[in-house]
Design a binder for this molecule. Structure first.
Ligand code: PGA
Length: 251
C-alpha cells in the first residue's frame, strides 16, 4: 500500500429501505467505533432518501456519507434533481459523479460530469469521479485512451487531491462478478497516475480507487496493486460482514 491513506467506499445504488439501510449503517458504525484506529477511510453512499438518517447514525464514527449524484446547479427548476449544497446540508461529505450507470442510464457526458464535479467542490464536498472502459473498448485496445480521455474532461483543472478522488471501474466488471486482473488494474492505475502527475502539482497525492466486483475474497490482492488506493464497492457493500472484511483488507 502506498503513502496515500486508502479509502473504502460503498455504493449502495438503488437499494435499501429505511430498516435495512439504517441497520447496515449502524452495523458499520458500531464496528468502526469498536475498532478505533482504522487503516483506511470509510465512505458509504446510500440512496438520497437515506443520506440524512445514515449521517445521523454514523455521526460519531469514522464512517462518512456521500451522495450518488448531484445536479450541476445549486438550485432551480430541475424537478427530481438534488443539488450538491442540499447533500452537504444533510450531512454528506462526498459525491459520486460520473458512475457508469449514470453515464449509461442518463446519458451523462464527461462535460456534464466536470460540471457536477465543480458543483461538488463549490459545495465544499469531495468528488469521487468514476471512469472506466466498456468491454468493447477494451477489446479494441482503447482502454487507456478512453480512461485518460474521461479524466481529462471530467476532472476540472482546479481539482486537488484534497477534493477529488478517482475511481477506475471497468464497466464490464461492474455487478458481473468478473474482476479485472491484477495486471490489468496495475496498467490502468499506472496510466492514470502518470496523467495526474503530469497535470496536477499534487498528482501523486490523488487517491485512485478500483471498482468492479470487489469482494472479500479478492480485496486484499487488488488493494496490494501499486497505485490502488482503495476500492469502490457495490454489491458487497450491502452486507456488513462483507464490507467490513474489505475494510480489514487494508492492513
Ligand atoms: P459492484 O459495483 O461492486 O457490484 O461490481 C461497483 C460499482 O458500481 O461501484
Amino acid at each position: 500500500m502506498s503513502q496515500r491513506r486508502p479509502l473504502i467506499a460503498g455504493n449502495w445504488k438503488m437499494n435499501c429501505l429505511r430498516t435495512d439501510g439504517l441497520a447496515l449503517a449502524r452495523g458499520l458504525s458500531d464496528r468502526a467505533k469498536a475498532k478505533g484506529d482504522l487503516a483506511c477511510d470509510i465512505l458509504v453512499c446510500p440512496p438520497a432518501t437515506l443520506i440524512s438518517d445514515v449521517a445521523g447514525v454514523t455521526a460519531k464514527s469514522a464512517v462518512k456519507v456521500g451522495g450518488q449524484d448531484c445536479h450541476v446547479a445549486v438550485s432551480g427548476a430541475h424537478t427530481g434533481d438534488i443539488a450538491a449544497p442540499m447533500l452537504a446540508d444533510i450531512g454528506a461529505t462526498h459525491v459520486l459523479v460520473g458512475h457508469s450507470e449514470r453515464r449509461a442510464d442518463h446519458g451523462e457526458s464527461s462535460t456534464v460530469i466536470r460540471q457536477k464535479t465543480m458543483a461538488t467542490h463549490d459545495a465544499g464536498l469531495i468528488a469521487v469521479v468514476c471512469v472506466g472502459e466498456t468491454e468493447q473498448e477494451r477489446d479494441l485496445g482503447a482502454t487507456l485512451a478512453v480512461v485518460n480521455g474521461q479524466i481529462a474532461v471530467s476532472v476540472p483543472d482546479e481539482a486537488t487531491a484534497e477534493n477529488t478522488v478517482i475511481a477506475y471501474e471497468p464497466v464490464w466488471a461492474i455487478g458481473t462478478g468478473r474482476t479485472a486482473s491484477v495486471d490489468e488494474v496495475a496498467e490502468v492505475h499506472a496510466a492514470i497516475r502518470a496523467g495526474l502527475t503530469a497535470r496536477f502539482d499534487d498528482g501523486d497525492k490523488f487517491r485512485i480507487l478500483y471498482g468492479g466486483s470487489v469482494k472479500p475474497s479478492n480485496a486484499a490482492e487488488l488493494l496490494s496493486v501499486p497505485d490502488v488506493d482503495g476500492a469502490l464497492v457495490g454489491g458487497a457493500s450491502l452486507k456488513v460482514d462483507d464490507f467490513w472484511k474489505i475494510i480489514e483488507s487494508c492492513a
